[in-house]
Every structure is written in structure tokens, then in C-alpha cells.
Design a binder for this molecule. Structure first.
Ligand code: THG
Length: 264
């Protein structure tokens, strides 16, 4: 399971304030804690700071990479911000995200060819969010075909069926899981991803919902997750899930994880 730390997101108030002040200590502390907890990438989102977005991405990326040595999942819907962020990123970033909207991928192709990032593609198009697993699969197919036709290899693609909060749509969890299952069946070689914490917006005991969703989605075939790696129990589940699903030979990672917790 590829873990992407979600904490450096400007929708979180302390992050917004720290970005506004260009607080290096806050930035590095958040980055280090997430890497230490097991993150392979750090999601970085400065979109809430509007016209300062590009400046903040270009400030934060080199600092994080130099001091913490971890690649960034650049989280912006803004093409120019994406380009400016990729320009200062060393090594392979994740481009978060493109969509299946008409003409969208075409606009991102120059960046994709130049910087060769891994790519998260959201299952939505000009008709908005799909309402059935088949529609999600159709959009995924369209996106995968267009990317492949333009030289992107399957290993670089993450399909995100986009989980919506169950607090506002009680069918959202099941729709996501059925879509994930369908996408994995049709494209077993393509990786899937989800922003796990989306599911619990607006509800009490969010961590319970996030953990439960993570377990079910893992069973259905999720390959990567945007999560808060500082949720220790969620990380414990990660190891127990992998062991139960036969992805941990001799339970060696499970054993290592709990030994390390006992004797840090
Ligand atoms: N797909 C992709 N990218 C994404 C998302 C996705 N990026 C953003 C988002 N969804 C994932 N990141 C977050 C970050 C923070 C929260 C939710 C999703 C969040 N944080 C709470 C807070 O800070 O108040 C705390 C969360 C908690 O209590 O567990 O809600 O879906 N490609």
C-alpha cells in the first residue's frame, strides 16, 4: 500500500496559517512526522491561499525535499500552479490531479511529457460526478486510453474513484467500493487511490469511519491511500490488513512494526 500523507493541506486551519507566514519549522515538523510514521509521499495543497498558491508551492517543495527527502504529491486543480510546482520538484512527483473532462488531459500533456510525474486521475468528466459504478468504469477507461495513447505507461497511472462524504450521500461508500471493484476487475494492472478522510466529513468520530473505510477498500483492492499517517491505529490496521490479505510473507512486516513500537 502506497501511503500519501494528507496533513499539508491548506484546508486545515493550522496549515493555512503556517503557509501564510511561510513557517519553515511548522512545515518541516509536519513533513518529518508524516515520513517517520510511514508516508511514501506527502500531499501538498495550498489552493486555499488563492493568489499565493504558486509562491507557497515553490517555497515548500524545495525545503521539504532538501530537509526531509520525500517526494511530493502536488495537489492543485490549477494548471499553472502544477507547472510551477513541477519545475522546482526533484525526481518523480505525483500530479494530483487530472480528470476525464473534455480537453483536460490534452492541456496537461506537455507537463506530463516534460516532468514524467506519476498521475492521479479523478473519475469525473464534464457531466460531473458519476452516479453508477459503470459510469465510473467508463470514465476510467476513457482516461486510461487517452494517457496510454500519449505514451504514459500503466505503472504511472492512479485511478481515483473519488469518495464523497457519506454524511451528505448515504450511498457514497457503496458506490465507491463497487466502482473500485469494477475498475480493478477491468484494469488489474492499473493502481487505484482514494482520499480516505473524505468519507467522514461532517460526522462525529471521524477516525472510526476513516479506519473502517480503509479496511474495506483495502480488501476490495485499493493500492494507494491519502491518509493522516499520524493516526497510529490506522497505521496499525495497515499492517494487520496486509498480513490478513496475504501481502506480508511470514507476517514479517507485521512483526517488525509491533516490535518497533515496543522498542522504539
Ligand atoms: N483524492 C485526491 N486528492 C485529494 C482527495 C481525494 N486531496 C485532498 C483530500 N481528498 C485528501 N486530503 C484530506 C486532508 C485533510 C482532510 C481530509 C482530506 C481532513 N482533515 C481533518 C482536519 O484537519 O480537520 C482531520 C481529519 C480527521 O479527523 O481524520 O478532513 O479524495 N486525489
Amino acid at each position: 500500500m502506497i501511503i500519501i500523507g494528507e496533513r499539508l493541506n491548506s484546508s486545515r486551519k493550522p496549515v493555512f496559517e503556517a503557509f501564510k507566514k511561510r513557517d519553515v519549522n511548522f512545515l518541516l515538523n509536519e513533513a518529518r512526522k508524516q515520513k517517520e510514521a510511514g508516508a511514501h509521499y506527502l500531499d501538498l495543497n495550498a489552493a486555499a491561499l488563492l493568489e499565493e498558491e504558486i509562491d507557497i508551492l515553490q517555497w515548500a517543495i524545495p525545503i521539504i525535499q532538501k530537509e526531509v527527502n520525500i517526494p511530493i504529491c502536488i495537489d492543485t486543480p490549477n494548471l499553472e500552479a502544477m507547472e510551477k510546482a513541477l519545475e522546482v520538484h526533484e525526481g518523480t512527483a505525483i500530479l494530483n490531479s487530472v480528470t476525464g473532462e473534455k480537453g483536460k488531459i490534452k492541456k496537461y500533456l506537455p507537463l506530463i511529457k516534460k516532468f514524467k510525474p506519476k498521475i492521479i486521475a479523478l473519475c469525473l468528466d464534464e457531466n460531473g460526478l458519476p452516479s453508477s459504478p459503470q459510469k465510473e468504469i467508463d470514465i476510467a477507461k476513457k482516461i486510461i486510453n487517452e494517457l496510454k495513447a500519449n505514451g504514459v505507461s500503466e505503472e504511472e497511472i492512479f485511478i481515483d474513484p473519488l469518495i464523497r462524504p457519506i454524511g451528505t450521500d448515504s450511498n457514497a461508500g457503496l458506490l465507491f467500493l463497487k466502482s473500485l471493484e469494477g475498475i480493478k476487475n477491468e484494469f488489474p494492472q492499473i493502481k487505484t487511490i482514494a482520499g480516505i478522510s473524505n468519507i467522514s466529513f461532517g460526522l462525529p468520530n471521524r477516525k472510526l469511519l476513516n479506519r473502517t473505510f480503509f479496511i474495506i477498500a483495502s480488501y476490495v483492492g485499493l493500492d494507494a491511500a491519502i491518509i493522516d499517517p499520524l493516526d497510529e491505529e490506522l497505521i496499525d490496521f495497515l499492517f494487520s490488513i496486509q498480513a490478513i490479505l496475504g501481502k506480508d510473507n511470514y507476517c514479517s512486516n507485521y512483526l517488525k512494526h509491533f516490535r518497533k513500537k515496543k522498542n522504539p
